[in-house]
Design a binder for this molecule. Structure first.
Ligand SMILES: [Cu+2]
Length: 159
């Protein structure tokens, strides 16, 4: 085992206080501030999110603003219409920023988190998510350079 694979889990734990505190409640990465993986049967609404690059060299999510309600379970359907891999990661603003720094240091890092999805060009996928409390949350593509090129957005969770 090389040094990086030993180091990464420790760094991840350190960088994700919401995840670490979640384990206190007895579950493995279940409840985060933004919510948790939801049951498909409870999703009454589907939101389509497209990942793409435009002719100006920008990388985008369409839409870049999602409005949901606290306690709502939403089926989020993704399609990568771009020509390069993209990912979607949603979390609190501070957590996204920390995660982005980590991705800059370890660009090959891959996610297997319920709040994230990575798609190759032309691929589709979905996340069924139950949003928890009201507040402002953030999402982005944390593949190095993509966030800076415009791949970010906001999730507003209202009462
Ligand atoms: Cu991207």
């Amino acid at each position: 085992m090389n040094r990086l694979t030993v180091l990464l889990p420790a760094l991840l734990l350190f960088a994700s206080p919401t995840l670490a505190s979640g384990t206190h409640d007895g579950g493995h990465h279940d409840m985060m501030a933004i919510g948790k993986a939801g049951e498909a049967a409870k999703a009454k609404r589907t939101v389509m999110i497209t990942m793409l690059e435009n002719d100006d060299g920008q990388m985008l999510f369409e839409p870049a603003l999602l409005k949901v309600k606290a306690g709502e379970t939403v089926r989020m359907k993704f399609v990568n219409k771009g020509e390069t891999d993209h990912e979607f990661v949603m979390d609190g603003h501070a957590e996204i920023m920390k995660h982005k720094e980590l991705m800059a240091k370890f660009p090959e890092m891959e996610h297997d988190d319920p709040n994230a999805i990575r798609l190759a060009p032309g691929e589709t996928g979905e996340i069924v998510w139950t949003f928890a409390k009201a507040g402002g949350f953030h999402f982005g593509c944390l593949i190095p350079g993509h966030y800076e090129s415009g791949m970010k957005g906001e999730i507003t969770v209202s009462h």
